[in-house]
Design a protein around this ligand. Structure first.
Ligand SMILES: Cc1ncc(COP(=O)(O)O)c(C=O)c1O
Length: 485
């Protein structure tokens, strides 16, 4: 075991008199106006610093440390975010052209993985939480029923199941129960736990998916712990995953020049939790509970309670009982209080808290929301969230289940053309149509447009929702469709 951390070793090297006749080109000195110290530790795979793609030394030790923290059999550093981990997990678990059962609320990277490997996708559609317009977590019953249905159909056997937990908005699934259902079929469960790198690390927090039986688990360390953007981890457990293939796909989807700055940042984040995690998470938990207790006094704004399966740290502020839209509340928080939330939707605002937050961070959000709620109660604050007599709820669009005409991998490679939205019924989608937030595909390439679906898309656009994937041609909405089909 190395005595020094990756960061310490890099920092000492940066101060040494070794002259770099190697990449990167800045030679650890020509940093321009960038912060001092950053370039000192930005090296390539030189003597003594191991190689992410064939880890045998200090990087292997750091990865083993991460595995111990999460109770995983093996962990891998990711420098291209959870995105590359999700693509590697899918590509490993399902053969090219194979069949995957995945939650419809998966991140784009899951769809990109399916495209690259020309997979057949079957979907698990999560329930929608009324009033909040967000997807709930997938349940074990849904997975069981969908697998049974597929087993009784002509579809080829499902080779892996992929779910997201926690979701972007913090909905946590019963991963243990889902893993049991999936493992009964002898296939692996992949959990996109990008938003849950903090799970299982503190008292009061839900367990992480490695401890719940998942075979492949992906964590964005940068999202909910203390490391730099793009840093993530992939964990593997059990014997359902071919580890040789996993190594291969990690090589394919990651840079051949992984950043030592990013890797050192993962190492420091892991060590910080190891040495100080108990105190950090206890303080985070107390501050969160205090904030939620104070916010329970709100009469207009409502919040998803933890007992409903909501992650600690994801504050979902619902505006349904007010005359504000989520966007209007989001703007007030920025303009009046200088509080930058993660994202707004028509029905809610999502604010994120982590162990990195200060007491002041919790207090400022609490005070602002209490003040806004008071103004709403007294009628001093109000917007025109109701547009065309309709609040613009996204629920109807999130409930759409378009029929597939072609696989994503086939459709996205076909020649395309633009077609006026009003004339798209019966045509095959050529590109993704996402509702943002949450940015999940309502329609993906290869799926069929129906009159009903187009009416719904049109309605949501009219109501001011951000429907992505629509071209504006001289004021008219056009959609990308497969040419001549
Ligand atoms: C649910 C989910 N999975 C995966 C990702 C990708 O993570 P990263 O940005 O680390 O690549 C995101 C990004 O927002 C996400 O929301």
């Amino acid at each position: 075991m190395s005595e020094v951390t990756l960061y310490e070793k890099l920092a000492a090297y940066g101060k040494s008199d070794y002259y770099p006749y190697h990449m990167p080109g800045h030679k650890r000195r020509a940093r321009g106006r960038m912060p001092e110290g950053l370039f000192d530790i930005d090296i390539t795979e030189i003597e003594g610093f191991d190689n992410l793609h064939q880890a045998q030394g200090i990087i292997l030790e750091e990865q083993e440390r991460a595995a111990r923290l999460y109770g995983a059999e093996e962990s891998f550093y990711l420098v291209n975010g959870s995105s590359c981990g999700i693509m590697a997990a899918i590509s490993t678990a399902v053969r090219e052209g194979g069949h995957i059962l995945m939650a419809r609320n998966c991140h784009k990277s899951a769809y990109y993985g399916a495209y690259l490997r020309n997979l057949k996708q079957s979907f698990l559609y999560p329930e929608i939480i009324e009033g909040y317009d967000i997807y709930d977590a997938i349940t074990a019953v849904q997975v069981e029923e969908t697998l049974e249905e597929l087993e009784c159909s002509d579809e080829p056997p499902v080779e892996a199941v992929l779910i997201v937990s926690p979701t972007f908005e913090g909905r946590i699934a019963d991963v243990k129960a889902i893993a049991e259902v999936v493992h009964r079929r002898g296939i692996p469960l992949i959990v996109d736990e990008a938003h849950g790198a903090h799970l299982g690390l503190g008292k009061g927090f839900a367990p992480n998916s490695c401890a719940q039986g998942a075979d492949l688990v992906i964590h964005s360390v940068h999202k909910t712990l203390l490391s730099l953007t793009q840093t993530a981890l992939l964990h593997v457990n059990g014997n359902l995953v071919d580890r040789v293939r996993l190594h291969r796909f990690l090589k394919i989807y990651q840079s051949t020049s992984p950043s030592y700055v990013l890797m050192a940042s993962i190492s420091e984040a892991v060590r910080r939790i190891e040495t100080d995690g108990e105190r950090l998470f206890a303080a985070f938990y107390d501050r969160w509970m205090k904030m939620m207790e104070a916010l329970s006094a709100c009469r207009k704004l409502t919040f998803l309670p933890q007992e409903s399966g909501q992650d600690i740290g994801k504050l979902v502020i619902c505006v349904q009982k007010t005359s504000l839209s989520g966007q209007q509340l989001y703007d007030i928080l920025i303009e009046k209080y200088h509080l930058q939330a993660e994202m707004p939707s028509m029905s809610m605002v999502l604010a994120m808290f982590t162990v990195g937050d200060t007491e002041e961070g919790f207090r400022r959000m609490t005070d602002a929301l209490l003040e806004i709620d008071g103004q709403l109660v007294r009628g001093e604050l109000g917007g025109d969230a109701v547009i065309n007599g309709w609040r613009g709820t996204a629920g109807s669009l999130l409930r759409e289940r378009p029929r597939r005409a072609l696989l994503l991998g086939q459709a996205w490679d076909e020649p395309m053309e633009l077609c006026p939205l009003s004339a798209c019924a019966g045509r095959i989608a050529g590109d993704f149509i996402n509702l943002y937030p949450p940015g999940i595909p309502i329609v993906m390439p290869g799926e069929l447009f129906t009159e009903e679906l187009l009416k719904n898309i049109h309605h949501c656009m009219e109501a001011g929702l951000n429907v992505q994937g629509i071209a504006d041609v001289r004021g008219e909405a056009y959609l990308q469709v497969l040419a001549g089909k």
